[in-house]
Design a protein around this ligand. Structure first.
Ligand SMILES: [Zn+2]
Length: 271
């Protein structure tokens, strides 16, 4: 559950007070508990001492973990995602803060939170991005895809799979510009195999290489979509450096022009 407005306001004030360092705190029994940030580089990272958890009653009483991102988007880093994955029943919240004491809205993440509708999500890397959209299709399964509320009133009634939890895939923003190859390397272990694109059916994945103009580095698969039938795919594109979130909503879209880029088509076929 996402903490109350009082908790969020207390955590925001803590973020302002700690600037330019990252603030960090725990939510216990509905209250925000500010913690000391013991990270080596507290302007870029945070760390809460295990003894601080113990003093408060241990990991089991923690209802949420909160930290700030000074002068940065409130999107989880690779280390944030990795650490949250180790406490799967606890949501994490991030608030952005700047030098003028202005704070962003909170971004909350963690599989313990409800899956939000699959259409019309605003892009937040690591929380609502192309992979989390694909992963959430598999998480909600056939009942979720057939739910009009999940699909903006146009349900998909022939999704073939019951709910499946794909790997969380902790990742940094722009992982693919730093030589990362998450999709290619993770396919097999996530249970997917390549298929002939002419054989595509509902529930198959599409993997694309999308790069900014002028990119001369090594190309990897860096964008994912799912085929939802009738010539449509569901995906969450991202426009580099584009602050206009309207252009970055998750959506269904005809596949035709996208197929001309020769995506890799994959099917969930666990052994
Ligand atoms: Zn962080």
């Amino acid at each position: 559950m996402i903490p109350s407005a009082n908790v969020c306001n207390a955590a925001k004030q803590h973020a302002v007070d700690c600037y330019p360092q990252e603030s960090c705190g725990l939510v216990i029994r509905g209250e925000y508990i500010p913690c000391h940030n013991l990270a080596d580089n507290p302007e870029k990272d945070f760390s809460i001492s295990p003894s601080e958890f113990e003093q408060r009653g241990g990991f089991s009483v923690v209802e949420a973990v909160i930290h700030s991102h000074p002068n940065a988007m409130p999107a989880p880093s690779l280390s944030d995602m990795t650490a949250q994955e180790r406490m799967p029943n606890v949501p994490w919240g991030i608030v952005g803060v700047d030098q003028h004491g202005r704070t962003s809205d909170f971004v909350w993440f963690g599989d313990c939170l409800p899956v939000v509708p699959l259409i019309g999500r605003v892009y937040v890397h690591g929380v609502h991005d192309c992979y989390t959209l694909v992963r959430d299709c598999f998480r909600v399964g056939k009942a979720g895809l057939a739910d009009p509320a999940m699909m903006n009133c146009q349900p998909v009634n022939d999704w073939p799979y019951d709910p499946i939890t794909l790997p969380l895939g902790p990742r940094d923003k722009d992982w693919w510009l730093k030589g990362g190859n998450m999709y290619e390397e993770g396919l097999k272990s996530a249970g997917f195999t390549r298929i002939d694109p002419t054989d595509i059916r509902v529930g198959d994945g599409l993997l694309f290489s999308l790069y900014p103009p002028g990119w001369h580095g090594e190309r990897h698969l860096n964008h994912a979509a799912v085929y939802i039938g009738k010539g449509l795919m569901l995906h969450h594109p991202w426009a580099p450096q584009d602050r206009n979130a309207f252009r970055c909503l998750s959506r269904r879209e005809p596949c035709n022009s996208w197929m001309q880029t020769h995506p890799v088509v994959v099917r969930y076929t666990p052994c």
